[in-house]
Design a protein around this ligand. Structure first.
Ligand SMILES: [Zn+2]
Length: 429
């Protein structure tokens, strides 16, 4: 694999000092202050040296909850209530196939590269297609087989078989890339959830679920089971340090304590929550204090309409500041941590920080524009002022997935995705 040297680059959160970052074998092999000796620059083994004066290295983002292929469903069910929206989504999804997921995910990977996401936790149908598309795009993915039986016993049995088969096929995948998905407590039977928890635990897999997203979900769950979704999921053994729970928006004191105690990774998807009117009072401080691992996600493009983590960071902080009437409610360094290291921790990935030995997942941010002119700290300008088009190049696992704003194969991917959409619309599949 190529060896790349990023010369005279600043590192986010480390002030104005410049560093030389050596990328080798997919990893950050060395970081030295610019001008100092070392970093492997003298041994002639560097294939490419990039002069990065005026640029800042930021760790690649980890989008902890998305449905990547839904980039092809952007705009479905606008301006309707959550339960009407999900009905429209499920109707639209009845016509999808592996090809749809493959090209939808390819499109998503273009969008992720452009907006700085180098790893994502996907929750979608036909995970083999999603995984292949991500691998080919050079973006690191974790793909769930999403169990959903809508309380039908026969479907539940089929789902178990399909999940076991999918897990078997994932033997060829990158280690840790397969996860068990549970759609939600309202769409999956108790029997299938018990099975999912056991299957994930016995195979050492992550478990990815939508949890406590809407008030209706909480009320319905209490009516049906006498417990909140969090307590119900906990009773079924679904919650632990390997659990990624998307949303966790409607919680009482007991729920917060349980999520903290179990060390669950809770994913905040502010734009999806706002747009579907699911709620906005994400209990960041309370969950963090209780011991939960708080991560950032966008959710799918049918609810958040894009996959831009930078935008999600800004909106998350703005909303927290507003409803709590507390400007310190979500500090800048914690925001970056939610979008990077916390996700890496949740998925067991060696990424999320610009440090020696970590995967070389690096965003090269160009500061030669109006947004970075003021002497304010880089993170303030990056998160609150700039847009993701300040991300000039993106390295994932030591390889460029975007270089000077250019992404290989972009035109061809869009062309193929258009064909898939046309076929779907013409009702021939
Ligand atoms: Zn979702």
């Amino acid at each position: 694999m190529e060896t790349i040297l990023l010369k005279n680059i600043q590192i986010a959160g480390k002030g104005k000092d410049e560093y030389d970052i050596l990328v080798r074998d997919g990893l950050i092999a060395g970081i030295t202050r610019s001008g100092a000796s070392g970093c492997g620059t003298e041994d002639g083994m560097v294939h490419e040296t990039l002069s990065c004066h005026g640029k800042v290295a930021v760790p690649g983002f980890v989008n902890m909850h998305t449905h990547a292929a839904m980039t092809l469903m952007r705009g479905t069910g606008e301006d309707v209530a959550f339960h009407q929206w999900i009905k429209e989504i499920w109707d639209a999804e009845s016509g999808i196939d592996p090809e749809f997921v493959y090209w939808g995910t390819k499109v998503a990977c273009i969008e992720m590269a452009r907006t700085g996401t180098t790893s994502f936790n996907d929750h979608y149908w036909f995970p083999d297609s999603g995984y292949s598309a991500a691998e080919e795009s050079g973006v690191r993915s974790v793909n769930s087989y999403v169990l959903c039986d809508r309380n039908d016993r026969k479907v539940a049995e089929k789902e178990k078989t399909r999940c076991i088969e999918a897990y078997g096929r994932s033997g060829k995948w990158r280690k840790g890339a397969f996860a068990v998905g549970v759609h939600s407590v309202y769409s999956v039977s108790e029997d299938l959830m018990l099975w999912a928890a056991e299957f994930a635990r016995s195979n050492g897999l992550k478990l990815h679920i939508h949890l406590s997203e809407t008030l209706k979900e909480v009320e319905d769950c209490k009516k049906a089971h006498g417990l909140s979704p969090v307590q119900y999921a906990d009773r079924l053994g679904l919650l632990g340090p390997d659990t990624v729970a998307a949303h966790t928006l409607w919680l009482d004191g007991n729920d917060i304590e349980t999520l903290g105690l179990r060390g669950v990774s809770c994913v905040h998807n502010i734009n999806s929550n706002l747009k579907l009117s699911s709620g906005y009072r994400f209990l960041y401080k309370e969950l963090k204090t209780a011991g939960a691992n708080i991560c950032m996600g966008t959710d799918g493009c049918a609810s958040s309409n894009n996959l831009d983590i930078l935008e999600a960071m800004k909106t998350s902080a703005m909303v927290q500041k507003a409803w709590r009437e507390d400007p310190s409610a979500m500090p800048l360094d914690e925001l970056l941590d939610m979008a990077t290291a916390a996700g890496a921790k949740a998925l067991g990935l060696n990424t999320g920080k610009i440090e020696e030995g970590k995967a070389a997942d690096i965003l090269i941010v160009d500061t030669d524009n109006t947004f970075f002119l003021s002497p304010a700290p880089f993170l303030a300008n990056f998160i609150y002022s700039a847009h993701s088009d300040c991300i000039e190049s993106v390295i994932c696992g030591g390889k460029f997935i975007m270089r000077q704003h250019r992404i290989p194969g972009e035109k061809e991917t869009l062309q193929e995705a258009r064909k898939v959409l046309l076929r779907m619309l013409s009702g021939r599949r």
